[in-house]
Structure formats: structure tokens, C-alpha cells
Ligand binder design. Structure first.
Ligand code: ATP
Length: 218
């Protein structure tokens, strides 16, 4: 089995996340995508909504896609959510499974600041997805990659939309250029705070959940 792991704060989940996951699933031939909302993230703490709300919004958003699933592996842990611990636990739950850790260019570049990064990159394959305002070319500074500049440039220019190589750990990393959707959770939170509409930026069920639970008002 090939499982895509898509972690994040999902504060809230929106169509940028959902479409990227769907394209990663299709292009990499993944059997399913497991969305893992972080419970108590060590780095992104500002303006963070309670994990129970973020979990519920992801649950509602993925319910209509039978290739999508949600895991409470991080939300049910009271301690800090470290991707390394999550991956180790998933490996026990799903033996004989190849994992593909899906994340945006910005998040991949942040890995050196995570808990036990060297160990993490030995545990799983990665799928680095494009994200508006971020360039594949910036990945040249990643300590885990040794890649030709021209490949990254082709990905940014659109001459190439998928490229797989090896990380320094020997695991595979795939760069995927997908349909750009320039929506950000930060922007959605400000829209709500300013009383603006968030319609069509995220699934209607998530919009209703935000309104009825009065999230992001202050
Ligand atoms: P915030 O604005 O709250 O910082 P975020 O979307 O950057 O939100 P997460 O919810 O943790 O934060 O993101 C989960 C993953 O989705 C990250 O790897 C991020 O790079 C990626 N991502 C977020 N928005 C998009 C988008 N519009 N297109 C592609 N990838 C995205």
C-alpha cells in the first residue's frame, strides 16, 4: 500500500490543501491520503484554534472523497506533535506500507528546525508540492538535497511538472507542480476577523462550521 501523509495545522483547511492532496494522490498513484491535523504543534502556535475544531473541520472537508481519510494520531496526544513520532507510530499501525510525506516548499525548507530532522528524512519518502509565492529554486538551500539547478528552474517555469530524485538519506523525494491555488489559511482568518465573506475558498461545510462556532472572530 502507498499512503500519502498530509500534516498541517489546517487552521482552517481550504481548497489549496484539498486540491494539492488530490493531485498528489493521482500523480503518485497513492492508495489514500491521510490528513493529520497537528494537535499541539511546537512551532506554529500563534492564533492557533483548538485542535478539536481544526480536527472537525478536516473531518468534514475530507468526508466526500473516499481516497481521503483523517487521523487523530496527533490531536489525541497531549504532548507536542512531532512528525518524527507520528511517522514512527504510523509505521507500526501500517506495516508493509510505503509512506509519502506531502508538504509545501515552505514546509520542506523548514524541516531543519523540526524535531530530529535527520531521523525524519530517513523514515519516509517526501512529496514537495508547489505553492504560490514559493519557488522550487529555493530548495537549493536544503541540506537534504543535491539537485541540478536546471531541474528546479524547469519546475518553476512549468517545463516540468513532476520530478523524482533521492534525498541524502536515500529515500525518494518527488517535486510536484500542481494547479496553483493561492489561498492561505492566514488570509481566511483575517477575512473572518474583518467580517468579509470566505465563500468558495473552502468547502461550504467548513464555512458553516466556522460561522456556527464563531471561530476566528478575534
Ligand atoms: P497558515 O496560513 O495558517 O500558516 P498554512 O496553510 O501555511 O497556514 P498548514 O495548514 O500547516 O499551514 O499547511 C499544511 C501544508 O499545506 C503545508 O505543507 C503548506 O505548505 C501547504 N499549503 C498550504 N497552503 C497551500 C496552498 N495554497 N497550496 C499548496 N500547498 C499549501
Amino acid at each position: 500500500m502507498r499512503i500519502g501523509i498530509f500534516g498541517g495545522t489546517f487552521n482552517p483547511i481550504h481548497y489549496g490543501h484539498l486540491r494539492a492532496a488530490e493531485e498528489a494522490r493521482e500523480r503518485l498513484n497513492l492508495d489514500k491520503i491521510l490528513f493529520i491535523p497537528s494537535g499541539n504543534p511546537p512551532l506554529k502556535t500563534e492564533g492557533l484554534t483548538d485542535a478539536k475544531h481544526r480536527y472537525e473541520m478536516v473531518r468534514l472537508a475530507v468526508a466526500q472523497n473516499h481516497f481521503f481519510d483523517i487521523s487523530d494520531i496527533e490531536c489525541r496526544r497531549p504532548e507536542k506533535s512531532y512528525s518524527m513520532d507520528t511517522l514512527e507510530e504510523l509505521k507500526c499501525i501500517y506495516p508493509d506500507t510505503a509512506f509519502f510525506f506531502i508538504l509545501g516548499i515552505d514546509s520542506f525548507l523548514d524541516i531543519p528546525n523540526w524535531w530530529q530532522p535527520e531521523r525524519l528524512i530517513e523514515l519516509t519518502n517526501f512529496v514537495v508540492i508547489s505553492r504560490p509565492s514559493f519557488n522550487f529554486f529555493d530548495l537549493l538551500s536544503s541540506p537534504y538535497l543535491s539537485i541540478d539547478k536546471s531541474i528546479l528552474k524547469k519546475l518553476d517555469d512549468g517545463a516540468l511538472d513532476l520530478y523524482t530524485t533521492k534525498l541524502s538519506s536515500g529515500k525518494a523525494v518527488t517535486f510536484l507542480r500542481h494547479t496553483p491555488i493561492g489561498i492561505s489559511a492566514t488570509e481566511i482568518r483575517s477575512f473572518v476577523r474583518e467580517g468579509k465573506s470566505i465563500k468558495y475558498l473552502l468547502p461550504a461545510v467548513v464555512e458553516s462550521y466556522i460561522i456556527s462556532n464563531k471561530l476566528y472572530k478575534s
